[in-house]
Design a protein around this ligand. Structure first.
Ligand code: SAM
Length: 282
């Protein structure tokens, strides 16, 4: 069952949270010249046209990236957002108009240096075909296959550093447990890797299985941040928040994101809140 298509949600508040966190991690990794192997285990199609029928249908970007784009004049005063919004602008065919939202592969490719590598996994045949059509400069490999198994098969890497984004659609309940199990094995094969995991906050609270699985596995240095639009309502089914885990977070990541998110959250609605801290400490 692969019915999820990210185009219906592209540029929503969860993408802002996920891609700003990813951007901040890459920023830290770029401070050293040694090569990085990047993995994107659930890549999606790479770039989303906001005028596409499926993206307009739910229009989630109107409550995510769009208000930030409109306020970019003021938000550029915040250092991390200045970098993120400049990259977003550089990825538009016309830099005056927000017409496309970059998916994780585009954010990664944008900052890929000649010495770095990127491996993108996508299982959906249609999404993979769209991804493979995207122009991507650099040492980029596309794989039509399962991202969690593909990540484990690719380890260890020959570069001194490794960064992976794990961003499933969680269409199957078992995915929460599978992500925790994959992290457990992956971190044994690549102890210094920086791994990012996205998870949805839904009223059913299935993300606890992921979080508890990680704690039980004995992993250390797991940092968590959550962006909630509001408290979960009684009888509600939709996603009310977005969660990110960073294993082995670079030093100073927390404070940079807190500063940036303090400027972002008021643009996403009066009730929106950002919180962060160690899920499992050192
Ligand atoms: N990471 C993308 C981004 O930030 O732009 C969004 C990814 S979307 C949330 C999840 C993607 O995972 C979907 O495109 C889906 O087709 C794909 N997918 C689902 N199961 C997968 C699997 N086992 N391995 C790789 N990709 C999978």
């Amino acid at each position: 069952m692969l019915s999820y298509q990210h185009a219906y949600h592209a540029g929503n508040f969860a993408d802002v949270h996920k891609h700003l966190t990813l951007f901040a991690v890459i920023d830290h990794l770029l401070r050293k010249p040694t090569p990085v192997s990047y993995f994107d285990t659930h890549a999606g199609r790479g770039r989303y046209r906001l005028a596409a029928e499926e993206t307009r249908r739910l229009g989630e970007y109107r409550h995510g990236v769009e208000p930030l784009w409109r306020a970019r004049g003021q938000l550029m005063e915040e250092p991390l957002l200045a970098g993120w919004l400049s990259a977003l602008t550089a990825m538009q065919p016309n830099p005056q108009v927000l017409s496309h939202y970059p998916g994780s592969p585009a954010w990664l490719v944008h900052r890929l240096r000649p010495q770095d590598r990127l491996k993108l996994f996508e299982l959906h045949p249609g999404e993979h075909a769209c991804l493979a059509e995207q122009p991507m400069a650099g040492d980029v490999e596309w794989v039509h296959g399962d991202g969690l198994a593909g990540l484990l098969d690719s380890l260890p890497v020959t570069t001194p550093r490794l960064c992976a984004l794990i961003d499933p659609s969680y269409e199957r309940k078992a995915e929460y447990r599978e992500v925790a199990d994959t992290l457990h094995v992956a971190m044994r094969k690549a102890r210094h890797a920086v791994m990012l995991v996205w998870y949805p906050l839904l009223p059913a609270a299935r993300h606890h299985e992921l979080l508890e699985g990680i704690r039980e596995s004995g992993l250390r240095k797991v940092w968590r941040s959550e962006l909630c639009l509001h408290e979960p309502g009684v009888g509600e089914h939709g996603m009310y928040g977005s969660g990110m885990l960073v294993i082995n977070p670079p030093w100073g990541l927390d404070s940079r994101l807190i500063d940036a998110m303090a400027a972002v959250t008021p643009r996403l609605g009066q009730s929106s809140r950002y919180s962060s801290g160690w899920w499992v400490g050192e």
